[in-house]
Design a protein around this ligand. Structure first.
Ligand SMILES: [Zn+2]
Length: 277
């Protein structure tokens, strides 16, 4: 697992095991806030170790940016903490998370000790502000990757933990392409120092405009390409020929998953277009 200090009392962690998924910590003098957890128990536990033994504070709150397994399945390792999320995150963890954890446990013994912990504090519109030490964390909606997406702004530092509404390759299979485009545009207007993406590396101030533009271009490009394919009889086969590069993305790593995610985007979009006809 990689760890970096993003600014004073703000830390970032990135998995070396699964899809470069990230988590964050904002620490105050008495307690810390964890933003997402990592995919597998060992990595989440080593973050906890760092917070409790290097920063010398307990975790009082865990914020889930959305319900997907790679961000929420470590909630159970902070039994004293209150979990905060979108109200739909709670519903989706209850409806889908519990079953998918049961299935995953049969495949992966490393998940044996994992339990789903549902958020106790939720909101569904507007913003929620949490004060930690000298910093305000402002939680706001950032949907489109999933319908329960939220982002966390460290107001004083202009650092945004964007969850998966911002990724090196936008992923819309469980979401909505127009909603994620709106979220990305809003993030682009926030005047940020850093974007902590739900997967991949931290984006620095000078890189933000280009990253926003590239993600919006990619989403427009897959929309155009899938629309053109959808008019043909062999639409599904045609999707195989739409490369990630011709949609304006190259050198996306994501633990080797980029090509798979891109193909899933195309298939999901075709399905969504056909369903809405
Ligand atoms: Zn994710």
């Amino acid at each position: 697992m990689h760890r970096e200090r993003v600014s004073e009392n703000v830390f970032w962690f990135q998995s070396e095991i699964y899809a470069q998924v990230t988590a964050g910590v904002v620490a105050g003098p008495q307690w810390a806030v964890m933003i997402d957890t990592l995919a597998l128990p060992d990595e989440t536990l080593s973050i906890r170790e760092f917070i409790e033994h290097e920063l010398n504070v307990p975790v009082r709150y865990v914020i889930n940016t959305h319900y997907h397994a790679d961000h929420t399945w470590g909630n159970c390792f902070f039994p004293g903490a209150t979990v905060i999320a979108h109200a739909s995150c709670r519903d989706l963890l209850e409806e889908r998370g519990i079953l998918s954890l049961e299935a995953a446990k049969r495949q992966n013994p490393a998940l044996r000790q994992v339990k789903i912990v549902l958020p106790q504090m939720t909101f569904a519109e507007g913003e929620l502000t949490l004060r930690v030490g000298k910093k305000n964390l402002i939680l706001s909606l950032a949907t489109g990757h999933s319908k329960d997406g939220i982002a966390v702004l460290v107001e004083e530092d202009r650092i945004l933990f964007a969850g998966d509404s911002f990724m090196p390759l936008p992923y819309i299979v469980d979401g909505d392409i127009d909603e994620i485009m709106a979220s990305i545009k809003r993030i682009g207007r926030m005047g940020l120092e850093n974007i902590v993406q739900g997967h991949g590396d931290v984006i620095l101030r000078g890189e933000i405009d280009a990253a926003v533009r590239e993600n919006l271009n990619y989403l427009s490009a897959i929309k155009r390409a899938v629309k053109a394919a959808s008019r043909r009889k062999n639409a599904i086969e045609l999707l195989d020929n739409i490369t990630i590069e011709e949609c304006g993305k190259s050198r996306v790593y994501l633990g080797g998953l980029a090509q798979t995610l891109h193909q899933r985007n195309l298939h999901a979009l075709l399905q969504q277009m056909q369903d809405s006809q």
